[in-house]
Design a protein around this ligand. Structure first.
Ligand code: ADP
Length: 598
C-alpha cells in the first residue's frame, strides 16, 4: 500500500510517502521553523524554499494538498500522535471522536498534541476519501506493569500522575528489527533499546512488551538529553522555585536549557560536544561523561528488572552515529556479558540498505546492535495493517469487561419466603445494564459441603430463581453446576437459601454463568455478529494475556456493551476493573485479527 505519514510538530512538519511493504520512499517533505520568518520547506533533496512567516495551520493547508497530489494515489495516511493517554493503547482508525479525544489529551502533552491534532485536521480535509490512522508514541508502553507505571505518591492526587513513556513507535520498531536480525522471535527475547536522539529514552522490552522505560508522565524524565535534564532531584526544583524563579522559567530551564546543552554550554548537539571535548573543553567532557554514565546506569537497571538481557540496541542520531558514546557506555558492561568489538563499533554504519549492524565481540553473550530507526516506516506499517481492515470496525472497537461476583436472582414469591410477606427488594446501587440493580438484601447459600454467606441479591425480581457462582464457589459448596446462559436453569442442581425470615430449598437454579457479551443491535452490526453467536475475546492484561473462547453474544436494544466474566475468569486473566477485551474471532469462521501481539 502507498502510505503517507505525517509527523507534525509545533514548528515543523515531516511527511513521507512510502510503500508499506518495502519501506521504499516515494516522496519526502520537510518544513522547519514554521511560524518564523526563516520558515522553509524542502521536497526530497531539492533546495529549501522559503515559506514566509505564517501560522502552522496555514502551512499545513498549503503543503498537505500538494503532498497528496504529488504522491499520486495514497491509500491511507498515518499520523504520529505523541500522547494517547490511557485511552489509546494501539494504533487507531481516526474518526471525529478520535480527533476530539486527541485534542482533549492536550493537557498531557501541551507542546505536541495540538500540532498533531492540527496535522490530522488538515490532512483529513485535504484527503477525506482514505482511512487516516493515529499511531501513538505512548501506545507501546501501555504494557508497563503497575510497578513501573506508578510514582511513589498518593495515587488519588492527580489521575494523570503516572508514567506513560514515549518514543514507543521507535522502541517497538527497533526491537522487532533486532529480533528479525537475530532470527529469534521477539517473544523469546529480553532487549534493551536505547533511542538516543535530541530527545532520548531507553526501554526494557521483555518478550515483546515494554516493561520499563525512562520517560515518564512527560518526556522530561530519564536520560540526559540534548536540552532536557532527564532525572533530577525534585527537591532541586523546589529550591529553584523558592529561590524566586517562576514556573515558566523552571520549565524552560529543565526542558530547553539543561541536558547536554546546559552542562556543556553549547546548543546540545552531540557532534559539537564530541568535537569540543576532544579539543579539551572541560564542560563538554563532563557532558559526555554524564550522558554515558546515566545511560549505563539505566542499562544495568533494566537488565536487573528483566533478570538479564539478550540484546542491547543503539538507535537514533547519537545511537546510530556516535561510536564514541557507544564505546563509553559499553565499557563497563562486561559484568553483564556484553562486550563490544572496537573495530566493528568504529565501522558501524546503518541506513535503509543495512538497517542492523552487529558490534558485539564474538565472546559477548549479549548482542550489541546498532539499528537504524525509521519511525515513518513503523507508522506506515501500523497504518497499512489497520487500513487493510478499515471497514471492519470490530478490529478497533474494544469491549469493556465487568467482573460478576456470585449473586442471586429471585422470584417475588422467593423474596417473600426469605425476607417476609410483602417484602420488596431494596435497591442499593445501579448496575451497568439498564434497569438492573444490586440490592441491600443478601442470603446464605447452603450446599452439601459448606455454605456461602452474604451472597448479594440482584433486582428486579425475575420469573425464575437463579444462583450464579464461580467454579471455586462450587467446590466450596460441594455442588457441580452446569455452565448455562442466564435463565436456562432446567435440570441444574438445587440448593438451599437462608434468609432472615426463613429458608427455601430450590430444586434447581444453581449455575455457573456462561461468559457473555451484552450489546446493542448497532454493536452487533459493528462487530459483524448476531444474537447467540459464540466468539473469542482476547484480553491484553498486565502479565497474563488470555483468549476467552465460548463467549456468548447477547443482543438487545436494552443492553449496554459489556462482557461479563466471573471472578475465577477475571483472576485467570488478572483483569482489573477497567479492563477491556477485543473480539478476535467468531467461531466457525476463525476470523483472526491482523494485529500483532503486543
Ligand atoms: P531527534 O529526531 O530527536 O531530533 P536525531 O535522532 O536526529 O534527533 O538525533 C540528533 C542527535 O544526533 C544530535 O545530538 C546530533 O548531534 C546527533 N548526531 C547525529 N549525527 C552524529 C554523529 N555523526 N556523531 C555524533 N552525534 C551525531
Amino acid at each position: 500500500m502507498r502510505i503517507a505519514t505525517i509527523n507534525c510538530g509545533s514548528s515543523s512538519l515531516k511527511a513521507d510517502v512510502l510503500d508499506s511493504s518495502t519501506g521504499d520512499r516515494v516522496l519526502r517533505l520537510r518544513a522547519q521553523r514554521v511560524g518564523d520568518a526563516e520558515a522553509s520547506v524542502r521536497w526530497d533533496d531539492a533546495p529549501a524554499q522559503p515559506l514566509g512567516s505564517r501560522p502552522l495551520e496555514d502551512v499545513l493547508g498549503e503543503l498537505l494538498p500538494m503532498l497528496f497530489e504529488r504522491a499520486g494515489a495514497v491509500d491511507a495516511v498515518g499520523h504520529r500522535v505523541v500522547h494517547g493517554g490511557d485511552r489509546f493503547v494501539r494504533p487507531t482508525l481516526i474518526d471525529d471522536a478520535v480527533v476530539q479525544a486527541i485534542d482533549e489529551l492536550t493537557p498531557l502533552a501541551p507542546l505536541h498534541n495540538p500540532a498533531n491534532h492540527a496535522g490530522i485536521v488538515a490532512a483529513r480535509l485535504a484527503l477525506p476519501s482514505v482511512p487516516h490512522v493515529a499511531v501513538f508514541d505512548t501506545a507501546f508502553h501501555t504494557t508497563l506493569p503497575s510497578r513501573a507505571r506508578h510514582y511513589a505518591i498518593d495515587p488519588t492526587l492527580l489521575p494523570q500522575a503516572r508514567r506513560f513513556g514515549f518514543h514507543g513507535t521507535s522502541h517497538g520498531y527497533v526491537a522487532r528489527t533486532a529480533a528479525a536480525a537475530l532470527d529469534a522471535p521477539l517473544e523469546s527475547l529480553r532487549v534493551i533499546t536505547c533511542h538516543l536522539g535530541n530527545g532520548a529514552s531507553i526501554c526494557a522490552v521483555e518478550n515483546g512488551r515494554s516493561v520499563e522505560t525512562s520517560m515518564g508522565m512527560t518526556p522530561l524524565e530519564g536520560l540526559v538529553m540534548g536540552t532536557r535534564s532527564g532525572d533530577i532531584d525534585p527537591g532541586l526544583i523546589l529550591q529553584l522555585l523558592r529561590g524566586g524563579r517562576d514556573i515558566d522559567a523552571v520549565d524552560t530551564l529543565l526542558n530547553r536549557k539543561s541536558g547536554l546543552a546546559g552542562v556543556s554550554g553549547t546548543s546540545g548537539d552531540m557532534r559539537d560536544i564530541e568535537r569540543r571535548a576532544a579539543e579539551g573543553d572541560e564542560r563538554c567532557r563532563l557532558a559526555l561523561k554524564l550522558f554515558a554514565h546515566r545511560l549505563r546506569k539505566y542499562i544495568g537497571a533494566y537488565a536487573a528488572a528483566m533478570g538479564g538481557v539478550d540484546a542491547i540496541v543503539f538507535t537514533a542520531g547519537i545511537g546510530e552515529n556516535s561510536p564514541g558514546i557507544r564505546h563509553r557506555v559499553a565499557q563497563r558492561l562486561d559484568f553483564l556479558g556484553a562486550r563490544l568489538d572496537e573495530d566493528l563499533n568504529r565501522d558501524a554504519k546503518v541506513g535503509a540498505q543495512t538497517p542492523v549492524f552487529d558490534i558485539s565481540d564474538p565472546t559477548s553473550r549479549v548482542k550489541l546492535l546498532v539499528v537504524a530507526t525509521d519511525e515513518a516506516r513503523a507508522i506506515a506499517e501500523h497504518t497499512a495493517a489497520i487500513a487493510e481492515h478499515h471497514d471492519d470496525v470490530a478490529e478497533t472497537k474494544t469491549i469493556p469487561i465487568a467482573v460478576s461476583a456470585r449473586h442471586i436472582h429471585l422470584t417475588q414469591d422467593a423474596v417473600e419466603a426469605l425476607f417476609g410477606a410483602g417484602h420488596q427488594l431494596t435497591p442499593r446501587n445501579d448496575l451497568s445494564q439498564p434497569g438492573q440493580f444490586a440490592c441491600e438484601e443478601t442470603l446464605t447459600v447452603v450446599g452439601p459441603k459448606r455454605s456461602l454467606e452474604k451472597v448479594r441479591v440482584l433486582g428486579p425480581t425475575r420469573p425464575k430463581n437463579q444462583i450464579e457462582v464461580s467454579r471455586t464457589d462450587e467446590f466450596w459448596l460441594g455442588v457441580d453446576a452446569p455452565v448455562r446462559r442466564s435463565g436456562h436453569v432446567a435440570n441444574s442442581p438445587g440448593v438451599t437459601l437462608q434468609g432472615p425470615a426463613g429458608s427455601l430449598t430450590l430444586t434447581e437454579g444453581l449455575i455457573c454463568a456462561a461468559r457473555h457479551i451484552h450489546m446493542t443491535p448497532q454493536d452487533a452490526a459493528d462487530f459483524g455478529v448476531d444474537n447467540g453467536d459464540i466468539v473469542e475475546v482476547r484480553i491484553n492484561s498486565e502479565d497474563r494475556d488470555l483468549v476467552f473462547g465460548d463467549v456468548l453474544i447477547r443482543v438487545s436494544p436494552k443492553y449496554a456493551l459489556e462482557m461479563h466474566v466471573d471472578t475465577d475468569e477475571a483472576n485467570a486473566a488478572e483483569l482489573s476493573r477497567r479492563d477491556e477485551g477485543m473480539l478476535v474471532a467468531t467461531k466457525g469462521t476463525a476470523r483472526l485479527t491482523h494485529r500483532e501481539r503486543r
